[in-house]
Design a protein around this ligand. Structure first.
Ligand code: TRP
Ligand code: ZN
Length: 878
């Protein structure tokens, strides 16, 4: 047995022994043998133990030379560790260390460190990739000033980019050229970037509010220049928004974005040189859906906002990851909300949180927003750290209000600029700016699990008092059995029986408040007594989803009432969803008893009402029309039943499609686009409403399927084309094969569009899908090495097709494990990220659970498994 990889613990943090003030790097680029020369000005950290050695991380580097203060370092004074590190014994308290190493970017399939894609060079250093480029104390609390010189073949590698501002370029002889970049801001090594190759740029510029002109560039493969307009527009709007809303200005002369098609995640915020997955840059109406369009805006904003929350103020250690990620997601959510419909944005974000983070928090991978330990930090770029982290920031915002929050942000930035800090520093700034004791809030960062919030109420006509009793409980999570109550802000209001808002006055208050107010539940159970209530009210709770909790026990009649009458659009939407979910779960129970699922006329009424008023806000109507998803329903069950859930959902869709057929068709036709194709909030909303109608019509039968086939043929944009093809891919119709074949023929040269072709088939509910997925895995266009393609097939199947993934034969599980085992030696980071769905075995029937565990064990028994996949598979088995 090889040794188990080491667990890193938050409590073991110690400051770095040495600091590096400046880093001068020199790259001689070559695909198979790049030489990296580094010159580090180091000095002992006054805050650390005085006798610790100078230790530099390294991974897979071939050391060519090492010099200390100009002298060759004898082998007796340096040790290369089994982990790849370099340790210098008897290092002076300050000095210059020069190293020269060789690496092979072309062989780097892990896409971490320096690698090639399509013949061009790219880096990815977060979290621990810089050590794959040169020897360095690769941890975020070592912040240095960098200068970078790059030399390469001029013809093959005409563009040479790094962080910061350009600082000269020229001829290097023998067909080679050089460029130098200087970044004036100190930064941690994870923000280093280099991009070089045969790229073209789309230029623009932005003048900051203090009048500095910033050159903007998006760098792409030749031919992709025509698809960068939306990304550039999103960037410019983000820059302006951060000035207006947070007073934060960009701080370099240039801002470069490079797009690459082989990339482990969405994008990376390297200082002055963001690197993006092409998926989050390239868009045209013919190739990108409205969802892609929105994804680009979000990710561009997110990475740009990191310039202050992440880069200027960075993390002390990786346990603090949510310090930058939770806060930056909160900022990008606010940006998007300000660009269009705040209500619809909130609904989408909560839908996403419930689909991904709630199950994570209820499963074997549950961890606090600030984890206590990890084996591989790459495994902790999770929905909990990002999305729940953003919810916790939002909760602070709700608690102290927008004005104090903005003061707190100013204070956070001014206190911590150019430093590597902790979550306490963030909460401390909010506390000082608001004068509110926020110590109890720290529990949100340290306690895993989704709290359950239950409500009871009573009304006393004699005293006209209304008592609302709120109770909270957080279920145990791995390693955290006992849970403490959390401070939960509950935004709420009271409605009378006509749906009108009642002013609220709590016992002890002088005046009634007219609209939404925030109750703070900070114990396990608490009574809130309202005075002067004329009649029994209906409470509207958790408006705007004011805390990431599960609100339970609201009776169905109240949900129906709130879905129609509440003033808060989130509560209206959510009440409709909760109503439908409760009804659907009852039908699942019927199916499990061998009975046929029933139909609720109330659901058809709700659909009819939504359609009747859809014109006011089509995007909201589209959200309201969609039934709760299969994953959301499964997450509400002790033991999931993917087949019964699928059957019930399909049955209800057919019923609604039939009952409301005329109204659905009328709305569908009324929304048919006549004018030119437009991408703005309203047009996007109209398309999503129209496609929601089409989905119901296709569920109802042949006429609807024929309509989908017609839409597929007529579509001139990817949104409508793909929506129709997805419906066909689920149906039994000759139009299915024809459509898929035609789509493939048309788009086989476009990797991002072809990814959609793989995903649609992977998510089909038709019988035989597992075999089809196996066949697609063997398709000549499938490429396991490309993370987008791997996720488009394997990830879409395992996460987006519960019906077939959980096939009782275990074939779905076997396919996933086979794919993970094949991918792990190529790209361990991407392989580990695919394992998640196998971890939910406790929520499946025993027989299925056993099959899932068997596949996890098979992954775990694989020789030379990456430590990331080891951590995921072993934790999943616990
Ligand atoms: N910091 C990046 C973001 O939030 C995400 C990230 C972390 C990443 N590690 C990565 C991206 C590795 C690509 C590859 O935007
Ligand atoms: Zn981020």
């Amino acid at each position: 047995m090889p040794d188990s990889p080491k667990t890193i613990r938050r409590g073991d943090y110690a400051p770095p022994a040495f600091l590096i003030d400046t880093v001068d790097l020199d790259f001689a680029l070559d695909p198979m043998a790049t030489i990296v020369r580094s010159r580090l000005a180091f000095r002992r950290n006054p805050a650390a133990a005085a006798d610790a050695p100078l230790r530099l991380d390294g991974e897979g580097l071939t050391l060519l030379e090492a010099r200390l203060d100009g002298e060759a370092l004898p082998e007796s004074r340096r040790q290369l560790g089994a982990d790849g590190s370099l340790t210098i014994t008897d290092a002076p308290d300050a000095g210059i260390l020069e190293t020269s190493v060789r690496i092979a970017p072309e062989r780097n399939t892990a896409l971490s460190g320096l690698y090639t894609s399509g013949g061009n060079f790219y880096t990815q250093c977060e979290a621990e990739g810089f050590r794959r480029i040169t020897f360095f104390p690769d941890r975020p609390d070592v912040m240095s000033r960098y200068s970078v010189t790059i030399t390469a073949d001029r013809a093959r590698v005409p563009v040479l980019l790094s962080n910061g501002n350009p600082d000269g370029s020229g001829d290097a002889g023998e067909g080679r050229h050089w460029a130098r970049w200087v970044d004036p801001h100190p930064k941690p090594s994870y923000l280093f970037a280099l991009v070089a190759g045969d790229l073209v740029n789309v230029p623009d510029s932005f003048t900051t509010r203090s009048g500095r002109k910033v050159a903007l560039n998006i760098w792409v493969r030749r031919g992709d220049e025509t698809r960068c307009g939306h990304a550039m527009d999103s960037l410019i709007r983000s820059m302006k928004w951060d000035e207006e809303v947070f007073g934060l200005e960009y701080d370099l002369d240039v801002f470069n974005i490079a797009a690459v098609s082989d990339f482990n995640m969405g994008a990376m915020e390297n200082k002055g040189l963001n690197v993006f997955n092409t998926k989050y840059v390239l868009a045209s109406p013919e190739t990108a859906t409205d969802g892609d369009w929105q994804g680009i805006e979000t990710v561009i904003a997110h990475e740009y906002f990191h310039n202050w929350t992440g880069n200027r103020v960075t993390c002390r250690d990786w346990f603090q990851l949510s310090l930058k990620e939770g806060l930056t997601v909160f900022r990008d959510q606010e940006f998007t909300a300000d660009q269009g419909s705040r209500a619809v944005k909130r609904i989408r974000d909560v839908r996403g949180l419930r689909a991904a983070q709630f199950p994570e928090d209820a499963g074997p991978m549950a961890h606090p927003v600030r984890p206590d330990s990890y084996i591989e930090i790459d495994n902790f770029y999770t929905p909990t750290v990002y999305q729940k982290g953003a919810e916790v920031v939002r909760l602070l915002h709700t608690r102290i209000g927008p004005v104090a929050f903005r003061r707190g942000m100013d204070l956070y930035i001014s206190r911590n600029d150019n430093q590597a800090v902790t979550i306490e520093d963030f909460v401390g700034a909010m506390q000082d700016a608001s004068g509110t004791d926020l110590t109890p809030f720290m529990r949100w960062y340290d306690q895993a699990g989704t709290p359950e919030l239950t409500v009871e109420d009573s009304y006393d006509p004699a005293t006209r008092r209304y008592t609302l009793t709120l109770r909270q409980r957080t279920p145990p999570t791995p390693g955290q059995v006992e849970k403490q109550p959390l401070p939960i802000p509950v935004a709420m209001g009271l409605l009378d029986d006509t749906g009108a808002a009642l002013p609220t006055r709590l016992a002890g208050e002088n005046a009634a408040q007219p609209g939404t107010r925030v109750l703070l539940l900070d114990g396990a159970v608490q009574d809130f007594v309202f005075e002067d209530v004329p009649a029994p009210p209906v409470p509207s709770l958790l408006r705007g989803f004011s805390a990431p909790v599960r609100l339970k026990g609201v009776p169905q009649e109240r949900l129906r009432f709130l879905a129609v009458h509440d003033s808060d659009p989130f509560v209206r939407w959510d009440s409709g969803q909760q109503y439908a979910a409760a009804f659907m779960l009852e039908q699942v129970a019927r199916v499990q008893r061998g009975e046929a699922p029933g139909f609720a006329p109330a659901l058809a009424d709700a659909v009819a009402n939504t359609l009747a008023s859809a014109d006011a806000d089509p995007a909201f109507a589209a959200e309201a029309l969609v039934l709760p998803g299969e994953g959301f329903l499964a997450d509400q069950m002790e033991v999931a039943d993917p087949e019964a859930i699928h059957q019930v959902r399909r049955h209800l869709r057919r019923q609604i499609g039939t009952h409301c057929g005329a109204a659905l068709l009328a709305t569908y036709q009324a929304l048919t686009e006549t004018g030119p194709y437009r991408i703005d909030g309203r047009s996007i909303g109209r398309r999503s409403l129209r496609n929601a109608c089409l989905a119901y019509l296709a569920a109802a039968g042949e006429d609807g399927v024929a309509l989908a086939a017609a839409q597929y043929r007529a579509a001139t944009n990817m949104t409508d084309q793909l929506a129709a093809l997805a419906l066909l891919a689920d149906a039994e119709t000759p139009a299915r094969e024809a459509g898929l074949a035609e789509f493939h023929a048309k788009w086989r040269g476009d990797d991002l569009v072809l990814d959609k072709w793989f995903s649609i088939q992977a998510m089909s509910s038709r019988p035989g899908t597992i075999a089809a997925v196996r066949a697609l895995y063997a398709h000549p266009d499938f490429d396991l090495k490309n993370p987008n393609r791997a996720r488009a097939l394997i990830g879409a199947f395992a996460s987006g097709n519960p019906l077939h993934f959980h096939d009782s034969s275990g074939e779905g599980y076997r396919f996933l494990a086979d794919a993970v085992i094949a991918l792990d030696p190529i790209n361990g980071q991407t392989a580990a990220r695919l394992i998640g769905p196998l971890g939910l075995w406790r929520r499946q029937w025993v027989e299925r659970g056993a099959l899932m565990r068997r596949e996890l064990q098979r992954v775990l028994d694989t020789p030379n498994l990456s430590k990331g996949s080891f951590e995921k598979a072993s934790k999943a088995l616990q």
